[in-house]
Design a binder for this molecule. Structure first.
Ligand code: HEM
Length: 189
């Protein structure tokens, strides 16, 4: 029997890790303490550095909003994490407000796609950008964010990535974001 893929991940800010923190700042709400390095690890207890400044935990999950035709488009275009040329990354932890969570699933989908075109916009940036979405609300202990979003891309696609985040932040979905921190990272090739 092969082991199930890891779903629970820790993002550990501190002095160690493959990713250098090039910049860190709040888009909405409070930022996170500045750190020099970040490591992303499967949260299996094997990595627990004593000198960590902070640790954010999230879990991958089933999709909530994607429809069949979108799923096919995503599967056809989305690259895997860990491409050797993808030496830039972004960790963008996001919390949405009570109004978002008070809506029903169909109301949220309407904001997410019909009004904001999150998937349609995102598809334009594939396969340049690889991504993984981690959920935080379903963990047993309260977490400071609802989502930990993670992206990897090559330096040549850094400008395109800025255009992507700007387009999403200008969309109606982002009116529901009440805390967002943006960390940009790089690693050696
Ligand atoms: C690279 C292009 C992108 C694509 C293809 C993409 C695609 C998606 C898809 C398909 C989902 C829904 C998953 C589901 O059905 O549950 C999603 C959710 C999400 N994405 Fe993106 N995305 C992209 C970029 C971004 C960026 C740059 C950000 C942050 C600035 C972001 C933040 C989020 C968040 C917070 C969610 C969770 C929304 C919620 O459940 O309320 N995405 N994305």
């Amino acid at each position: 029997m092969t082991a199930a893929p890891a779903r629970l991940f820790d993002f550990i800010g501190g002095a160690e890790g493959a990713w250098r923190v090039d910049r860190i700042g709040a888009v909405s709400g409070d930022s996170l303490p500045a750190v020099a390095r970040l490591q992303m690890v499967a949260a299996d207890g094997s990595v627990d550095p004593a000198d960590a400044a902070w640790r954010l935990r999230g879990i991958t999950s089933n999709e909530r909003y994607v429809e069949r035709t979108e799923k096919q488009q995503l599967l056809a275009r989305q690259p895997a994490l860990g491409r050797p040329e993808a030496t830039r990354a972004a960790l963008i932890p996001i919390r949405k407000n009570a109004a978002w969570w008070a809506m029903t699933q169909d109301e949220r989908r309407a904001v997410f796609e019909a009004q904001s075109r999150h998937i349609a916009i995102g598809l334009d940036y594939l396969p340049a950008v690889a991504r993984r979405l981690h959920h935080c609300r379903d963990l047993a202990s309260p977490q400071p964010f609802d989502f930990l979003t993670w992206f990897e891309y090559a330096p040549a696609d850094a400008e395109a990535f800025e255009a992507l985040v700007a387009a999403l932040r200008a969309s109606p979905e982002w009116a529901f974001v009440d805390r967002e921190v943006d960390l940009r990272l790089s690693r050696d090739a």
